[in-house]
Design a protein around this ligand. Structure first.
Ligand SMILES: [Zn+2]
Length: 270
């Protein structure tokens, strides 16, 4: 059931604030770039209605009943350390690793506020993964055993796409792989839920495409439900502008969080 609408919103907002007070934020990166394909769902691209942007932190938060069980979500900011990923020359002073980290931190904070237990696979600066990372790159393959040792209920890896051959290619791509490594059927459902939440959310994008069984180490070899999201194409001007915009980053993180929340609020009790 979706606890984010109808009666009780005030109470829920209060509970959420309380949750912020009580929950300690845990803090604690993916594959190559792919192009968007067919089969995508068109987004409604909601326009920024009303309210101008508020000064940072007090950006409107989502009002939901805190998740009842402490579902453990691992958030993987793609790339990091010496591995910048894509985006050089397309994202202003940023490259992919910067954008993925900013969105990951937003997502973590929102999920924490919803009552989830969270962890980032890395902080992008301090190698903290010991034997798992042998060269300060912390490759996707190295992240798999790291994530598996953490035993999260769900992993989401965040990336930026690139397609230099055609700067009109844009949009969000979501990947999952439902295979024998997974203890449940959640990967597809959570990925669908995130896609729906983005379509209903406030972060504009040209389209969303979901790819099933697209072989990526982090979605294939992890032993938990997992999704990978390519949040936009750095090679497309509109996507690049969005991805560099903190307000868009926040709205996207909010939608991803709602997608995760909506799934676990209905399926979270084992
Ligand atoms: Zn990437």
């Amino acid at each position: 059931m979706n606890g984010h609408q109808g009666a009780g919103i005030r109470t829920a907002a209060l509970l959420l604030c309380l949750a912020f007070l009580f929950l300690a934020a845990c803090s604690g990166n993916g594959p190559g770039e792919e192009t968007g394909e067919t089969g995508g769902k068109e987004t409604a691209a909601p326009s920024s209605q009303g309210v101008g942007r508020k000064p940072q932190e007090t950006e409107d938060t989502i009002s939901v009943d805190p998740i009842e069980t402490r579902i453990f979500v691992c958030i993987d900011p793609g790339h990091g350390y010496v591995d910048g990923g894509c985006g050089e020359g397309y994202l202003g002073d940023y490259v992919e690793k910067d954008i993925t980290m900013m969105v990951a931190v937003e997502l973590r904070d929102i999920l924490d506020g919803m009552g989830f237990k969270t962890v980032l696979t890395h902080d992008g600066v301090t190698p903290s993964t010991g034997d798992y990372d042998r060269n300060n790159i912390f490759s996707a393959k190295e992240r798999v055993p790291y994530v598996n040792a953490l035993k999260p209920d769900y992993l989401i890896s965040i990336h930026v796409n690139a397609f230099p051959d055609d700067d009109t290619v844009s949009g969000i791509n979501l990947y999952y792989e439902q295979n024998g490594n997974k203890p449940n059927e959640w990967s597809e459902k959570i990925t669908d839920s995130i896609s729906n939440a983005i379509m209903n959310g406030r972060a504009e994008t040209s389209k969303i495409t979901i790819h099933n069984n697209y072989t990526l180490a982090l979605t294939r070899d992890t032993i938990c439900a997992a999704s990978l999201i390519e949040i936009g194409f750095c090679t497309n001007q509109t996507d690049a502008d969005n991805m560099m915009d903190p307000d868009w980053q926040h709205k996207l993180a909010e939608a991803i969080a709602m997608g995760i929340y909506n799934f676990f609020s209905e399926n979270g009790n084992n």
